[in-house]
Design a binder for this molecule. Sequence first.
Ligand SMILES: CC(C)(COP(=O)(O)OP(=O)(O)OC[C@H]1O[C@@H](n2cnc3c(N)ncnc32)[C@H](O)[C@@H]1OP(=O)(O)O)[C@@H](O)C(=O)NCCC(=O)NCCS
Length: 332
Amino acid sequence: MYIYSMGHYFPENILDNDFFDKLDIGSAADWIKDRVGIESRRSVLTQDQVMDLRHGRTNRQTLKEAGAIESIAQMGEKAWKVATSRAHIVVEDIDTVIGGTSVPDDDIPASSCVIASHLGMERVRGFDVNSACSTFVVQCHVMRGLMMSGLTKEGAIFGAERYTTRVDYSDRRNSILFGDSAITAAVSCTNRPGSLKVIDSLVESAPSGWEHIHLPDGKFFQQNGAAVQKFAVTKTIAAAQDILARNSLSTKDAHWFIGHQANYRMLTSAIEKMGVNPDHHLYNVVDRGNQGATGAPSVLSQNWDRYKSGDYIVIAVVGAGLTWGSLLLQKQ
Ligand SMILES: CC(C)(COP(=O)(O)OP(=O)(O)OC[C@H]1O[C@@H](n2cnc3c(N)ncnc32)[C@H](O)[C@@H]1OP(=O)(O)O)[C@@H](O)C(=O)NCCC(=O)NCCS
């Protein structure tokens, strides 16, 4: 499978650390910068809306019914526009669309069908894949399998996350972590100029850990941060090293490393342990926050013009489930 174009989208509303000081929840900008390394995030919500949520003057349902929350399809369309500006994409040729989000507009239908309809992709099989923050890697894993078996020739992958609408703004521990974004990838079994070849994909999980990260229906995001932190660093390293080793490569061969954008301190700890040159570490968590499943692929898309022919790119992600996975890509 080849990724021949990508697109990303970030909402315009900025929530910086000073704004969280103003929420009066005991949040300290220095604590966030030191412990999480996040300075700013983008949100589908304005600062006024977040302030109203914090003080109980509104709630998510009210904002949603008033049309104040950008939909998954609207976000996906904006990411798609970037992808179409980077490559010639023949929409009529696309036969499979895989969507994915942890925070859907509605329980049904699958977001892929809504986005496909918005974009005029009428003759496709559309379905969603949800593996929380690992979703993009799993989407690529599934699409790659379909292409290897000959069931799919041309595809599109979409992801959109809006965790800023699913946190408790009186909770300083979790509300400061997240940002929103959307991504798309145009994929093919044909090697087009400038493509990233998906050489390998790895997907793993430890289901007994499912309670550590949870977004219960109608409630707010919660996690056992300390337990997850250890898991996240260990599995980021394992996912990256395993996929390199089984392709007879080592960390030194990887020109670019992209991890799950949960915590900049955790990412730097992981790359130091792996011996990755910091100049080859790509990230956006510092000014985009933890965007769930769209963090790592949005970094991949933002840096689209930097990859040179022959470059290996390793993406390693971790998420609720618990799940982890990786992709080994090579620029053609
Ligand atoms: C979430 C995370 C940033 C929290 O960092 P931590 O060092 O574990 O911090 P803790 O939650 O133990 O909190 C330590 C103290 O800082 C406080 N604190 C938390 N947020 C704060 C903030 N915004 N400002 C000031 N103090 C804060 C806590 O209340 C706690 O104080 P207390 O003991 O008096 O209650 C970190 O655990 C992490 O990144 N975990 C991994 C997340 C991840 O990878 N998830 C993957 C799926 S999304």
